[in-house]
Design a protein around this ligand. Structure first.
Ligand code: COS
Length: 379
């Protein structure tokens, strides 16, 4: 027998997140998108109700939620605004390397403070000349006595400039490729660290994205997460988890596209009645619903595999690629249902499309997801 019922606790988190999104996210989403402003008030409110950094273990004062719980919450954030989703969930991405490979002392030092205020973590892997080839890092980590010196540039880092710390992936020997990499916690108040916010994004404009410059930043060697040489694998294992919430956010976008489209189709009159009468419209709604349900179950399945300690890399890649591709498709169909109005930012659907485009790209492009899936198929 397989259970498909959420637990009482999961239903409570779903309701908490849904109410939060209705009251705090949806009313401000269009403004933050238009002005490309950081939603500090939303982050504070999310912290106040217990929806920020939910993956931090109970042992250091966190809620210790599992990946399925995060997926349930992520769907609600995605429903409200993918940009605000990214502000909140990129912090879960930033803490995940520490959950995977951090010591108890590191949890106390770096994670515990995040439970005491509306503070963020960030994950710094991508570089100006290195996106998909995550083993080919140029950022250097030099071991100098009991310190590590970080030198290089990271880019496309969500929250990178405003987080308490970035988990930075760097190489101590490029000749060793992935075996020469390390993961290092670099606090943003260290001398030699600077950041520049990147402007001109198509969507997710509430989420601040940074270029980070590390100019000989010194950190204690105790800031290294896991062992020397393990950086790449820690990054991969992190993304195997966090692609699940990205899928969930995409499901949320699809649900929003469907709700908005169904409402509009019932209201909009053409040829003497509501356009919902026409099969051309009904089929679009049905296709959105098919993709939404399919993507959600695949997302839950990937989360369940991770939460029960089973291999989940392939399931997470399937969920991420399918959910984000279908969400992008669904938002285009939503615009088609709205017609000319769908093209205008007075209505919510064009923002859905601009925002969810990024879900096909970040945390591993959907081409990379297909590569991961194909490798499993061929194994
Ligand atoms: N979990 C654990 N270990 C993994 C792993 C995973 N998911 N994937 C690979 N590894 C291990 C391999 O087993 C191999 O280990 P050994 O050397 O001990 O045999 C090692 O890591 C190297 O693996 P591989 O040869 O597959 O690495 P590639 O350089 O071919 O890279 C891809 C694999 C392309 C899949 C990887 O670079 C990737 O995911 N890139 C996308 C990065 C990304 O998502 N960026 C977004 C940044 S966040 S916005």
């Amino acid at each position: 027998m397989i259970g498909f019922e959420l637990t009482q606790e999961q239903k409570q988190f779903q309701k908490l997140a849904r109410d939060f999104v209705r009251e705090r996210v949806i009313p401000v989403a269009a403004r933050h998108d238009r002005d490309a402003t950081y939603p500090a008030d939303v982050v504070e409110a999310a912290f106040a109700v217990g929806l920020l950094n939910v993956g931090i273990p109970g042992a250091v004062g966190g809620a210790g939620l599992e990946l399925l719980d995060e997926a349930i919450i992520g769907e609600e954030f995605g429903y409200g605004c993918m940009g605000i989703y990214t502000v909140l969930m990129a912090s879960e991405l930033g803490i995940t390397p520490l959950l995977i490979a951090g010591s108890r002392e590191q949890h106390e030092q770096f994670l515990a403070p995040l439970t005491r205020g509306p503070r963020l973590a960030a994950f710094a892997l991508s570089e100006p000349n290195n996106g998909s080839d995550a083993a080919g890092l140029a950022t250097k980590a030099e071991f100098d006595g009991d310190e590590i010196v970080i030198t290089g540039t990271k880019t496309w880092i969500s929250n990178g400039g405003i987080a308490d710390f970035n988990v930075v992936f760097a190489t101590f020997d490029p000749g060793l490729k992935h075996r020469g990499t390390v993961a290092v916690v670099v606090e943003t108040d260290r001398p030699g660290f600077s950041s520049n916010q990147l402007h001109g994004k198509l969507g997710q404009r509430a989420s601040p994205t940074y270029e980070l410059v590390f100019d000989g930043v010194r950190v204690p060697a105790s800031n290294m997460v896991g062992q020397r040489g393990e950086g790449f694998k820690i990054a991969m294992r992190t993304l195997d988890r966090t692609r699940v919430p990205v899928a969930a956010g995409s499901v949320g976008v699809m649900r929003r596209a469907l709700d908005e489209s169904a409402r509009y189709a019932r209201e909009r009159q053409a040829f003497g009645g509501p356009i919902a009468r026409f099969q051309a419209i009904q089929f679009k709604l049905a296709n959105m619903k098919i993709a939404l349900e399919t993507a959600r179950w695949q997302t839950y399945h990937a989360a369940w595999l991770a939460d029960t300690g089973q291999p989940h890399a392939e399931a997470a890649a399937i969920a991420k690629a399918y959910a984000s591709d279908s969400a992008f498709e669904a938002t285009q169909e939503a615009i088609n249902i709205f017609g000319g109005y769908g093209y205008m930012n007075e209505y919510p659907v064009e923002k859905l499309m601009r925002d969810v485009k990024l879900n096909q790209i970040y945390e591993g492009t959907n081409e990379i997801q297909r590569l991961v899936i194909a490798r499993h198929v061929l194994e």
